[in-house]
Every structure is written in structure tokens, then in C-alpha cells.
Design a protein around this ligand. Sequence first.
Ligand code: PHE
Length: 434
Amino acid sequence: MSDKGREEWSSMLGFILASIGSAVGIGNVWRFPYIVGANGGGAFLVPYLISVFLFGLPLMVLEFAIGRSTGSSVASAFQSLRQRFFAVGLAIVVIVCLILSYYLVITSWVLAYALFFALNRPVDFGAFTGSYLPLAFFILSGLAVFATVRSGVREGIERVARYLIPALVVILLFLVVFALTEPGALEGVRFYLLPDYSRLADPGVWTAAFGQAFFSLSVGMGVMLTYGSYLKRGGLFRSASIIAVADMAIAILAGLMIFPLVFTAGVDPAAGVNLAFVTLPAVFMGMQSGMVLGALFFFMLFAAALTSAVSMLEVPVATLMDSYGYPRRRATLLIFVAVMFLGLPSALSYTALRFEIFGAPFLDLADYTFGTIGLIAAGLVLSVIGGWFMERSRICAEIGGCGWQQRIYMVLIRYCVPAILVITLAATLLQAAL
Ligand code: PHE
């Protein structure tokens, strides 16, 4: 396949930073900590480690391999494996757009909070979402993502990650040290990490770990596939391991700052949206120099969310470029406008308009249908098409030969990953039905 003139990362480091940017997102900073807290504390790390290294990592390597070998993004990569898979690839692209549409809403809340704290304004979730300000911030954060992707792989995506990821790590480390030295911090750490191994008998804990691992690593949606298509050479296992370890380390560290702060303030470690947008802001506002800490925290969260949203936007943009011959700028503009419209119901769901379906805010529903069910289904399709329809020799060529390690890898990718995804999908649907 000729891919002359295809954009490329400037270096392996650039590629790894951009991929870490994609993986490290809102999922790490608040979803991971509360899922750990709700699923057996430190014991949850057992299924989580297994999910990341046995299933998530192989799928990431497969995505990189497909992308690099075909030199194209998900729809045209599928098409080059079998003509009829093109439509399947397009379906995955649509799912990514739908996930992006609500992910951007949360990103925009984070941006708003960062500004409120920086401007020393008190924040109140109800008052904020009850106004029309969220809409303005939704457009603003959409524009930031748009501008980044429009500038291209190297000048946009890679450059933004090169600045934001190191900044994120520095801020996070500072906040962790600060939180751990507060009086009473140990109680928070205990709540967070004290293992309750009896919970491991609960299958729900395992499916929670699988779902969280795939979401957090950004695998299963063609994002890593697209990023891999801009990579010319270099070991895929090594890069994927670095990305997975960084993603996990940042998630664990995030919990090490959040729970000590919450416990120091003596408030209930609530889960979900409340933790990041109600509980933590209240904790910050009650602290000396809390406004600065809050601004730092939300800026860090915004950096994480922005680089993830960028990776999602790149998927449909690359599709328009690869399959329909659009120039990057026009493709980005078109998708940006489409995603803004798609995101409107989510953006309005917590405002005074209260856009709800069956009594649930549209955003929560979108997170469940697209971000949970859609993501698992897409991952399943991706692993089956990649594992079974791409020739073995072609996969081997990307992952460094056909030795015994690669044979184990093929078993994982052909049998274990699809099996786990089918089980997770069934269990998730069953839970919803009960
Ligand atoms: N991994 C990102 C996070 O943890 C979310 C994401 C999912 C990004 C899928 C891209 C693709 O928030």
C-alpha cells in the first residue's frame, strides 16, 4: 500500500507522548479512583493489572500493527483486509464521534472549573450547569481540540502532548505530595488501597476492571490504530508497555491525591460526577490556598482530557482524509461542526433545559450506550478482524518475528481478548436488564 506523503511522528518519543496523551484522560483522574474505592480497594488492582497486561496491552499492540502495516486509519485499514469490512470500520468511526461528543462536554466543565478557580470565583455545580455558560465552554473546548487536530500530526497533536503531558505529571506529583502530607491523609490512603480480597469473588468487580482497562488505555476504537499508522518503525511491545505503565501509574497517583484530600476534609467520598465536580471543589474551597490548588487540579484534568479528545477527533478526520481524499483542514472543520451538533443534547442535559430521556440525563445515557456498550462492542470487532483476518505473517512482521512469544501473543489476541470482551459485553447488558 502506498502511503507516500502520509504524515509521521517526528520521533518515537513524540509518538509515545501522544499515545500517553490519548490514554491518560478523565478516565484516569476521577473514574479510576472511585471505581477502585467501590470495588474492593487495593484488591481491585489484581483484576485491573490482569486486564491491562493480558488483554488491553495485546489489543493496543494489534491496533498499532494494523495501523502501521496498512498505513491507514481504521475504515480503510479494514477495507484493505476485506472489502466488506469497510462499513464495519465506518461504524466504529461513528461510535468514536459519539463518545467524543459527550466526552467534550465533561472536558468543557473541567475547563470552566479551571478558570473559575484561577479567577478566584467560588464554583457551584448546580448554578454553573443551570446557566447557559456550559454551552459557551463546550464550544470553547471544542475549538481547542479542533485547532490542535487541524494543525496536523506533528505540529498539532504531537506538539500539544509534548507540552501538556510533562506539565500534567509535574502538577500531579506536586498535588500528591501535598495531599499526603496533610493531617489525616493516611485514612484516605487506607480507604483507597486497603485490599478487601473477598470482593474478588464478585464477577462484577472483574467486568468493571475489564471495562475500565479498555477505556483507560483508549483501545478498541481505532484510536491507537490511527496513531500507529503515523509510525514508521520501532518496537511495538516496548512502546505499548511504556504507555500502559504510564497510564496506570497516573491513575493510581490520582487516587493517592484525591482520597487523602477528601478524608482530610471529612466529607463523604462520593462516586461519579459528584466526586470531581461537587466534592473536590468543596474540599478545595475549604482549604487555605485552595483556589490555587483547585486551579492546578482542573488545569491538569483539562490537559488530560484535551489530549484524549484530540485523539478521538483524529479518527474521523483521518477517515475523511484516507477514504474520501479530503484535505486535513476541510476534514477537521466538517467533523468539528458535526461533533458540536451531536454533543448538543449532552451539553444541554444538565442545563436548565434538562435534556433527558427516560428520566436520565442524556449525557449519562450517552456514556452508557456509547462509552460502555459501544466501546466494548467496537473492541470485540476490532480484535476479531485484526486477529483472524490479517495474515499471521503480517502481524509477525510488525511485532518482531514469529517466535514463541509471538505465538502466545496470537493465542491471546485470537481467543482470550475476544472471549473476555464477549463476557464483559454480556455481563454489562445483563446488569442493565436486571
Ligand atoms: N482513555 C481516555 C480516558 O481515560 C478516554 C478515551 C477512550 C480516549 C477512548 C480515546 C479513546 O479518559
